[in-house]
Design a protein around this ligand. Structure first.
Ligand SMILES: [Mg+2]
Length: 156
């Protein structure tokens, strides 16, 4: 018999109330996403991708980014974040340099922050289209593991 303890608690990285589940000594948070599916955090400190997807959706909505954009525009915005990372690199910053722009105190800057923007925008697009990104990432990584060495001799 499994030891399961369930309590209601606010999640530290979410303003959405979730159910805290302690099972066999492991803690996770569960809530329903906007599609009625159960979204689970990996543990009490690491949110899952679908959890972050829903948070990206919530924050974008709260900040007024509610206009309907085309899929092409959404992809272009993801590209723009990669371009910002490249621009930081072109300006001499190392990939691990953080807080590189003093004119924006308190705002995370640098390549790590721009890569985070890529992920956040990607998660937002997944939320818009109802993509279960955890399942897809897991499936794709499992497939990648089956591919041949350098995917059949790719140079890069
Ligand atoms: Mg950015």
């Amino acid at each position: 018999m499994r030891n399961v303890q369930i309590t209601i608690q606010a999640v530290p990285y979410s303003s959405v109330s979730s159910v805290k589940v302690v099972q066999d000594g492991h803690t996770r948070f569960e809530k329903s996403d906007c599609y009625g599916h159960t979204v689970v955090s990996l543990n009490d400190t690491t949110p899952s991708l679908n959890f972050l997807r829903d948070e990206a959706m919530r924050i974008a909505k709260e900040k007024g980014f509610t206009e309907k954009r085309s899929f092409g525009e959404e992809i272009a915005l993801i590209h723009s974040e990669l371009s910002e990372a490249l621009e930081d690199y072109r300006n001499g910053h190392a990939p691990t340099d953080e807080n590189v722009r003093a004119e924006d105190p308190g705002k995370p800057t640098g390549i790590p922050s721009e890569l985070a923007d890529v992920i956040i925008r990607t998660l937002h697009v997944c939320g818009i289209y109802g993509i279960d990104i955890e399942r897809v990432v897991s499936e794709k990584m499992k497939y990648n593991e089956t591919r041949s060495f350098r995917n059949g001799g790719k140079k890069l």
